[in-house]
Ligand binder design. Sequence first.
Ligand code: FMN
Length: 413
Amino acid sequence: MTHKRILLIIGGGIAAYKCLELIRRARERGIAVRCVMTTAAGQFVTPLSVAALSNDRVFRDLFDLNEEREIGHIRLSREADLVVVAPASADLLAKMAGGHADDLATAVLMATDKPVLVAPAMNPRMWQHPATRRNLALLRGDGVHFVGPNSGEMAERGEAGPGRMAEPHEILAAAEAMLGGSGLVERPLAGKRVVVTSGPTHEPIDPVRYIANRSSGKQGHAIAAAAARAGADVVLVSGPVGLPDPAGVAVVHVESARDMLDRVKAALPADIAIFAAAVADWRVASEATEKIKKAGGTAAPTLELVENPDILRSIAKSPRKERPGLVIGFAAETQNVIEHARAKLQSKGCDWIVANDVSPQTGIMGGDMNRVHLITAAGAESWPQMSKEAVAGELIARIGRQVAGQRPPARAK
Ligand SMILES: Cc1cc2nc3c(=O)[nH]c(=O)nc-3n(C[C@H](O)[C@H](O)[C@H](O)COP(=O)(O)O)c2cc1C
């Protein structure tokens, strides 16, 4: 097996610091990273840090005689399997869209014959500017791939909105999907179809109001991305979330529990189903067709709730020839986590339950870390606290071993 190679072009934006983490994570996964920095990028991160983390020299100058003699910008552009631009500033996007080649980064981008993945990062107004919208449309038309940006707080105080660069793990997941799998790992789920649900559901009260929960979708999306990296054909049925669609995954966006069940059924048959969504247990019995008005002097309306369909149960208990071979549910509990999860395994008829404690003090719901217990017929295992990506990776590795017919090795409690 050989290492996959990324050529990382670092543009001039505050988010350049996240590239250091991206380089580190990519190398941990067996991907070699060679870096080109624009002149402006050097204002945000030092070439020394980039060189140290990539364990390679950093290329910066188109007209550097030594650089050109040693490798040359054409070879630099062709030696990688994938070119990643992160952060892509508004200026760099404009140069790419216009076909400029007046510095090393843009000359490399013009000369490459490899796929290009771009992670934009800029102030929301720059992102929404008509010039940026035009440049994006041109670049998309040229076959350039994008990851992010996300919405959220900007480095500038008081600024929020779309424009935050995707997180390093999201860029890496997109890169790995484009590379056809991670650096050195085989693809244990190649040829398998996997359905994953993620996020909350929104249950309408009237045309403008709904009942929701605090699920962010981070865990479910990470699982879908990990399954795709493992070679599976993945359908992600996602409730409303503020996350970008994971690369290499077919994403179906839904709102309510009933939509989610319909779209899960439509995605079957599948070999594996993983239900990570926080599906609302109840919905309003009769959704108002017009906005419920607040009229002075009248009592507040009473909401009558009815039970939503149980997606996990209905798929786990479906007839044998329709049922996915491995059905995994999630249990979000706030007390007696393992005990409740064991009961859920029984009552839902699924094969595994991944249980976590979502009490507010754990910070798990909506956060980046998770601490889960895997409940199977063989017993309960408590995994240490890990990032949601690491939980996803471990779960997919387990599934890979299960699918291959191997007994999962015991893990330290
Ligand atoms: C403190 C500071 C932060 C900046 N952050 C960004 C940014 O996040 N995104 C962006 O598009 N431009 C940003 N700029 C402007 C770019 O650095 C500038 O347009 C530069 O020419 C881009 O260079 P590049 O084409 O090499 O990326 C920032 C400028 C400064 C002074």
